[in-house]
Design a binder for this molecule. Structure first.
Ligand code: PGA
Length: 250
């Protein structure tokens, strides 16, 4: 069944004490609709803290990344099994910042997706075009390639563990949001692409989030679009009131 989801990507923000404050603030917020699933994705160092502080709350914890191997000589990396050991069973993969600054390619992401699914984790799989792609009208092709190369090798049965996030790179952290129509157009395209390969049921069931400068002021018109099932929120997720307002914008 298609779910409505709002996920806060804290990126490389918030030390231990900032994270404690934000998590405590989040617990005092009124998330009005219990059918809207809410996630926060702190940095690795604050995941266990988030799990502890949110234990009695409906807010779930996700990681921002993980390595494709379960363990071994990979200095500086964190595996799916480590995430699961601190009760984190959702991971964001393929964020455009990972793709751009850490050279994460479609084929690496395919490996990471496999590692996550093998460990029974849920994946928030991100994709999106750059400004030049949109200007040259290559955006549909770019997105289709990212999906096909990074994700379309998975079996039908595991699509229930996939959440998609369309994040046009030109809208991330720039204050420039895709218009609700642009978001809807791409989300519908993605759903059709999934339908062509995996069939109607999987296409209809998968949740597709929009990400890129979502704020309390623009969330409701974006979320109102039929193929937009929620948001992946960066900057506005660092403030509990703004984040809750976005989660309440359906
Ligand atoms: P933003 O980030 O909301 O700050 O644009 C979104 C994201 O990168 O997930």
């Amino acid at each position: 069944m298609r779910r409505r989801i709002v996920a806060g990507n804290w990126k490389m923000n918030n030390n231990l004490s900032d994270s404690t404050t934000l998590l405590e603030d989040l617990k005092t917020q009124d998330f009005k609709d219990e059918n809207v699933e809410v996630f926060v994705a702190p940095s690795y160092t604050n995941l266990a803290l988030a799990g502890t502080l949110l234990k009695d709350s409906a807010i779930k914890v996700a990681a921002q990344n993980m390595h494709q191997n379960d363990g071994g000589a990979f200095t500086g990396e964190v595996s799916a099994t480590m995430l699961k050991s601190v009760d984190v069973s959702t991971v964001i993969l393929g964020h455009s910042e990972r793709r751009a600054y850490f050279n994460e390619t479609d084929s690496l992401l395919a490996e990471k997706v496999n590692a996550a699914l093998k460990n029974d984790m849920q994946v928030i799989f991100c994709f999106g075009e750059e400004l030049e792609d949109r200007k040259s009208e290559a955006h549909f092709k770019v997105v289709e390639d990212q999906l096909k190369n990074g994700l379309f090798h998975i079996e039908k049965e595991v699509w229930k563990n996939i959440i998609l996030a369309y994040e046009p790179v030109w809208a991330i952290g720039t204050g420039e949001t895709a218009s609700p129509e642009q978001a809807q157009e791409m989300h519908a395209y993605v759903r059709n692409t999934i339908k062509a390969t995996y069939g109607e049921e999987i296409a209809a069931d998968v949740s597709i989030l929009y990400g890129g400068s979502v704020k309390p002021a623009n969330a409701s018109e974006i979320f109102a679009k039929p193929d937009v099932d929620g948001g992946l929120i960066g900057g506005a997720a660092l403030d509990a009131t703004s984040f809750a307002a976005i989660a309440n914008a359906f």
